[in-house]
Each structure stands twice: as C-alpha cells, then as structure tokens.
Design a protein around this ligand. Structure first.
Ligand code: 13P
Ligand code: SF4
Length: 329
C-alpha cells in the first residue's frame, strides 16, 4: 500500500517535472520564433485547428477563406509561414507569387484534397461538357486550375447560387455537396462520387443525442464536412470561424461542437464563461497536428518547406480563387 503510494507520487512528480521542462523549452522556442519572424519580415498564419501554442504565437488565426484573404492583405510581409495543411499554403502561394510561402511540415497534407485528381475532373467534364465546375478550396492547385470558381465551407451555397446554371459539378466533399444542394435547391453532382474528410465523418448523431441528454440546453454546431445525419441534428452549420462568431452572439451557455478539437482552444479563449464539449471525444486531424512549435521554428530558421506552384497552373487557379473573392462574402 505504502509502496504503491510512493510510486504514484514519483510518477506524478516526474510528469510535473516533464511538463515544466516542456513549458520552459516552448517559452524559449516562442522567443526564438518571435525574433526570427521580425528579422525575416514574416507573418505566421494559423488555421483554427492548429495546436494551442501555435495559435497563441500566430499573427492571425482563422478559417480557410479568412487565411487566404489575410495572405493577400499582408502587403509588408516578405514571407508567409502557413501553419495548416498543403492546400491552404498552396492557395497563399497562388495568390502571392512574389512572397515566399512556407509550410512547417511537408507531411501536412489534407487527404480530402488528394481525392480529386485532374484526370477525374476531366472525366466528369466529358460527361457534362456544359456544366460549370465549383471546387472546394480543399483541393490541390492542379485541380483548381480546372474549375470555374472556388468556394469554402463559409460561402459554398453563395458561390453555387452565383453560378448561372441549375446543375453544378461540385467536389471533392460529398457532405458539403449535399449541404449545398439543400441550401440552393440546385442539382449538385458530386465529383468524385464519395469524397470525404476522414476526420469529420467520425462524428455520429448518437453521440450528440447522448450529450443532449446530459446538456439539454446545449446548442449543437456542425461543420458541413460532417455527414448529412449530423447536419440534420445541427442547430448551426458553418465553417470554423463562422462557429466562433455564432458563439459570441449566442446567449447559450453550452455548445456541442462537431469539428476538429483544435477549435476548442480559440472558443474557450474568446468565451471564458461558456462551456464547450466536443461532439465525439478527441476528434483530431492528424495532418493539421503535424505542425509543432519545433517545426515552426525550423521552418522559419531554414526557410522550409517552400511551396511553389508552376505559373501556368497558378494563373488558372488564381482566376478561380479571385472569382470567389469578387463575391461579397
Ligand atoms: P474551414 O474553412 O471551416 O476552417 O474548414 C477547413 C477544413 O479543412 C475543415 O476541415
Ligand atoms: Fe482535410 Fe479534414 Fe483535416 Fe480539414 S479536417 S484538413 S478536410 S483532413
């Protein structure tokens, strides 16, 4: 009994010691990052899913449309460190050909973006030659070059409504496609047929229903990459930053959140009096989480990994992104 307590105490002390060492290390790293950032005239843009320590050090934290906009607005910066996944850094590089755009971890690739190849788009275009192609920004630059206009989860319905056609080819997310179809009443053909986000499909309605019994007054917020069944039980459907704005305006005290866990840091920081519960425990996008403070530091110091897009591809993809920005959203 006594020995058991002793071991428990020593494990606890070791954990506390490790935490303190990590905290001290990340404090020095944070200082180093801030110093390098100034020296290199760099800005750090971080997605809402990034680790808390990265969100805290970033110049700007946001959803995909806000980060793309911000990348263009940062006129003074010579370098953009994009702490997110491949397609977001690619969009920044497309929109800022004169700036150096860095992705801290080369492995941070969005699997959904890999699901739509140029070959697949061409195949659908042959089947529907007169139908416009709307692509979610969660696509590679090479795919964007073959679309008429891009959209994000914040403006997908608005973009589809802006297109002068009743039928639209839409990819790669099947769940977002279904959401858009409901919102616009247009015929949406998903390309590929079953593109999805491996992280968001983990949310299931049963779990939210269970949580609602525990928190009967809670409001449920669902990202449109979640399944239609999840969308059906949502009080609010929107992009990550739209969720943040919704919470600020809402009088509710408790929120059930169906999107990646990284957003909880921002929600809690901005709304200290409110309670946030993930709709399913520990839902993580492993790709987003590949960016660590250490990798961010190495990225700035060694100016890696530079994202470059061949100009022939960038030129076409830029048009599709700029058409989206021309809409008031
Ligand atoms: P947001 O634009 O809503 O931040 O979404 C990006 C994304 O990849 C969600 O999985
Ligand atoms: Fe891609 Fe899903 Fe991760 Fe978003 S959460 S970056 S869609 S894998």
């Amino acid at each position: 009994m006594f020995l058991g307590k002793g071991i428990y105490l020593s494990v606890r002390l070791e954990t506390v010691h490790n935490r303190l060492v990590y905290k001290a290390k990340s404090m020095t790293l944070t200082d180093e990052i801030i110093k390098l950032k100034r020296e290199k005239k760099a800005v750090i843009l971080a997605h809402n899913y990034q680790r808390p320590e990265i969100q805290d050090i970033a110049d700007y934290v946001g959803d995909s449309i806000e980060l793309s906009r911000r990348a263009v607005e940062e006129k003074e910066a010579e370098m953009i460190v994009f702490s997110a996944v491949d397609f977001m850094a690619e969009s920044a590089a497309i929109l800022n050909p004169e700036k150096k755009v860095l992705l801290p971890s080369l492995g941070a690739r969005c699997p959904m973006a890999q699901m739509l190849t140029v070959h697949e788009i061409k195949r659908w275009k042959v089947l529907y030659p007169l139908v416009p192609v709307v692509l979610y920004v969660n696509t590679l630059a090479s795919a964007k070059a073959y679309c008429d206009i891009c959209c994000t989860s914040a403006n997908a319905a608005e973009v589809v409504n802006s297109v002068n056609a009743e039928t639209v080819l839409f990819g790669p997310d099947r769940n977002l496609a279904e959401h858009v179809q409901r919102e616009t009443g247009k015929t949406i053909i998903p390309i590929p047929e079953r593109g999805f986000c491996p992280t968001h499909v983990l949310f299931q309605p049963e779990d939210t229903r269970m949580l609602k019994t525990r928190y009967p007054d809670a409001v449920s917020m669902v990202h449109p990459e979640c399944t239609v069944e999840m969308q059906d039980i949502a009080d609010f459907i929107g992009s990550t930053s739209q969720m943040c704005r919704y919470v600020k305006k809402s009088n509710a005290e408790t929120f059930i959140v169906a999107t990646e866990e990284g957003i909880l840091h921002r929600l809690r920081k901005e709304n200290p009096g409110k309670k946030f519960v993930l709709a399913y425990e520990d839902v993580v996008c492993p790709n987003m989480k590949l960016n660590t403070l250490e990798r961010l530091y190495a990225s700035l110091k060694e100016e890696k990994h530079v994202i470059t897009i061949p100009e022939a591809v960038a030129k076409k993809a830029r048009k599709a992104l700029e058409r989206m920005f021309e809409l008031k959203n």
